[in-house]
Design a protein around this ligand. Structure first.
Ligand code: XMP
Length: 506
């Protein structure tokens, strides 16, 4: 495997994704928490950073266990740090070294630059620059304004590049990363979904033995894939619990429950609608609503889990981005937090936690799910928030409001699928506003609810743009909703990006 040390760059996760795309396994660790290095580690990559090596408290790392002993590649800050530690000047750059640049004078004879074409476009993003290198270093490529675009330490397999090979704007960045991990580190490209499945199932068997596991299914991709993997390892010693909180999409509970049963999962469906509605009664503050839903979920889940004797493990669909947070380079508090959707569940259950997907990115979870034979209707599903429609009904929740919103949402989502837009947007849904407006239907005055449609494009939900859906579609869906859903006489479309707005309204 490859170790990636994170110095806090916004692109660190991208480096990992690119390496994984080469079917090579890699792990990200904060620069100040390096795990023990054994023979499975074939190479090291140092990430970029928002810091400057010239700052007094610049993040630093002792490279003794690595440098000269295995291949090392520094990217941006990582490259500057190694140059600086060897006594070379890293200074504020006089010109902006940001955006597209072209590589010139490329040393194709070196393994790192193998097959890189002249004038190859790369992406720069740095405020400092390596102003020169002593004769222990060799320059492998330059751009018009950056002399040291790529370097090698003579006699070592230590490399630095000041541009970002991990971003797609570096057109041959992936070739450089391949050259490093495959040709220089000697990693074999055998990390495939099937290998992941086989080794994970074997590990689960060994860890779980004859123990029982309980897992909360949500209908989403992650919990479904996690359940199928655990099921493969221990069969019916896994019990899945799928809770109807009354805040799911129209027909979702029945349809998803049926497909889980088809998949052979041992699943219990729990109708807890009334418990959720009564806990939500009269609450209109978003945080109070979220807290109430979290609390009731834990109660319901705990109650059901206790009906099964002797359960030792809680299965969770935690994925890699949930557990790695880009390290905070600002202070000593740099930690990786474990994020759980329903915070507090593991503590309350007093069980050990098993998380078979915790090393995977979302797209990898989908690939593994496909390999496991899980249906596209589950794998291709848009993300849906744990608190469900409760955070899309502004103000207090009633069963009637849920029912109106379910109808609107159903028409909107079905419409997106019909016109082939569903898979193009990252997430979509409808919001019921606490506003009434006057309308006219036939010759009658109406005074009814306003709904907003929301559809966004995104890659990870951290930032998002509103989806530029075709006007004709918006026109059709608006009249379909107003005609078919009683209680709605006006439809608006949310054209806010995140930031400064968020995807959900609450
Ligand atoms: P925001 O509204 O923060 O949402 O832009 C970003 C993404 O997170 C989802 N979301 C949640 N998912 N539990 C979840 O599982 C939650 O409490 C929750 N709140 C927001 C939201 O749907 C979007 O995909």
């Amino acid at each position: 495997k490859i170790l990636i040390l994170d110095f806090g760059s916004q692109y660190t996760q991208l480096i990992a994704r690119r390496v994984r795309e080469l079917n090579v396994y890699c792990e990200i660790h904060p620069f100040n928490k390096i795990p023990p290095v054994d023979s499975s580690v074939k190479g090291l990559i140092l990430s970029g950073s928002p810091c400057s090596v010239r700052e007094a408290n610049a993040p630093d790392v002792d490279l003794t266990p690595f440098k000269g002993k295995m291949p090392v590649l520094g990217v941006c800050y990582g490259a500057q740090l190694m140059a600086h530690k060897a006594g070379n000047d890293v200074l504020p750059s006089k010109i902006r070294e940001y955006g597209r640049a072209k590589l010139v004078s490329i040393h194709n004879t070196d393994k790192l630059m193998k097959e890189i074409t002249p004038d190859s476009q790369v992406w720069m993003s740095h405020g400092d620059t390596i102003s020169g290198l002593d004769d222990k270093f060799e320059i492998l490529a330059s751009t018009e304004s950056v002399k040291v675009a790529a370097y090698k330490v003579k006699g070592e397999q230590t490399y630095g590049i000041q541009f970002h090979p991990e971003v797609t704007h570096s057109l041959e960045g992936k070739v450089i990363l391949r050259n490093f991990v495959v040709h220089i580190c000697g990693c074999s490209q055998d990390w495939t979904p099937d290998i992941f499945i086989d080794s994970t199932v074997a590990e689960l068997k060994a860890t779980l033995g004859n123990d029982k596991v309980v897992l909360g299914l949500s209908g989403g991709v992650d919990s479904s894939v996690a359940a199928v993997l655990i099921d493969k390892a221990i069969g019916d010693r896994l019990t899945c619990i799928f809770v109807d909180n009354g805040l799911l999409r129209k027909n979702e509970f029945d349809e998803v429950l049926a497909s889980y049963k088809d998949m052979g999962l041992n699943v219990i469906g729990v109708d807890a609608k009334e418990q959720f509605y009564s806990a939500l009664k009269g609450l209109s503050d978003p945080e109070q609503k979220r807290k109430a839903i979290g609390r009731v979920f834990i109660e319901v889940f705990d109650q059901e889990a206790h009906k099964i004797s002797d359960v030792k493990w809680l299965g969770q669909g935690t994925i890699y981005p949930d557990i790695i947070e880009s390290v905070s380079v600002k202070g000593p508090s740099a930690t990786i937090k474990s994020h759980h959707n329903v915070g507090g569940l593991p503590e309350k259950m007093k069980m050990k936690v098993v998380e078979p997907l915790k090393t995977l990115f979302k797209d990898e979870v989908r690939i593994v799910g496909k390999s496991l034979g899980i249906d596209d209707t589950i794998l291709g599903r848009h993300p849906f928030p744990g608190p469900g429609l409760a955070i899309r009904i502004l103000g207090d929740i009633t069963a009637e409001k849920v029912s109106i919103l379910q109808e609107v949402d159903h028409l909107f989502i079905s419409g997106l699928k019909r016109v082939g837009e569903y898979d193009k947007v990252w997430q979509a849904g409808a919001i019921l506003l606490p506003v009434k407006s006057v309308g006219v239907m036939g010759d009658e005055r109406t005074y009814e609810n306003v709904v907003s449609l929301r559809a966004v494009t995104s890659t990870d939900g951290m930032t998002a743009d509103w989806a530029h859906l075709p006007y004709e579609f918006l026109a059709d869906i608006s009249s379909e909703i107003i005609n078919k859903v009683k209680g709605v006489n006006r439809v608006v479309y949310d054209i806010s990006s995140k930031p400064p707005a968020t995807i959900e309204w609450e």
